[in-house]
Ligand binder design. Structure first.
Ligand code: IMP
Ligand code: MG
Length: 190
């Protein structure tokens, strides 16, 4: 048995805090779309891999006529700082014309990923686009971007768990914690 929480310096958000907040976010989202007609569909788009766990839990609180698809974006290469422009490596298959898009990501950091994906989605002629993120590291923003639904604001620390990874590890931790600096490679992330 391995105990991966030993790799954390501290826990920032517990499993219970995450689940309680996701339930509240679900209600906020349901209220936001409350006036949709029966034939109006919300297309939920998860940015994978990071958003899969958050999306799976969040959508089970939604009382909407919805469809689900994923977009795969990569900006990290086994490092804790983005070392390249976000790259869309797998596109959406749904027809998004006239849909209300709810785009979901695990964390809003510099803002470049969501800016890039929103720009792409705008070309598909949706009715509306809204964004939901579990975490917001607003102090790191280099591109102005505000999400419509935010789980938690967190300080500028490299976090893992609940979908967030370091080199594809730790995504399955039920809580969110700060990875010990000596486990961050390279250790000089800013
Ligand atoms: P942005 O394009 O800088 O806003 O970065 C968004 C992406 O960076 C997220 O989807 C995450 O995959 C990744 N990311 C940003 N901060 C962290 C972190 O603290 N831990 C793990 N991944 C992160
Ligand atoms: Mg990600």
């Amino acid at each position: 048995m391995v105990e991966l929480t030993n790799d954390l310096d501290k826990i920032l958000v517990t499993e219970e805090e995450i689940q309680n907040r996701i339930s509240e976010l679900g209600q906020e989202i349901n209220e936001c779309y409350t006036n949709l007609a029966n034939d109006e569909i919300v297309a939920v788009i998860a940015i994978i891999n990071g958003a899969i766990i958050f999306t799976a839990d969040l959508i089970r609180h939604l009382r909407l006529n919805m469809e689900l698809d994923c977009i795969r974006v990569s900006s990290y290469r086994d490092a804790t700082s983005p070392i390249q422009e976000p790259e869309i490596i797998d596109r959406i298959r749904l027809n998004l014309q006239d849909r209300h898009i709810l785009l979901i990501d695990d964390i809003l950091d510099t803002g470049s990923t969501l800016t890039k994906v929103v720009d792409l989605l705008n070309t598909t002629r949706p009715r509306t686009i809204r964004t939901a993120v579990l975490l917001d590291k607003s102090s790191r923003r280099t591109v102005p971007f505000e999400a419509d639904f935010i789980g938690f604001n967190i300080p500028d620390e490299f976090v893992v768990g609940y979908g967030l990874d370091f080199a594809e590890h730790y995504r399955h931790l039920p809580c969110i914690g700060v990875l010990k600096p000596e486990l961050q490679n390279p250790p000089t992330w800013t």
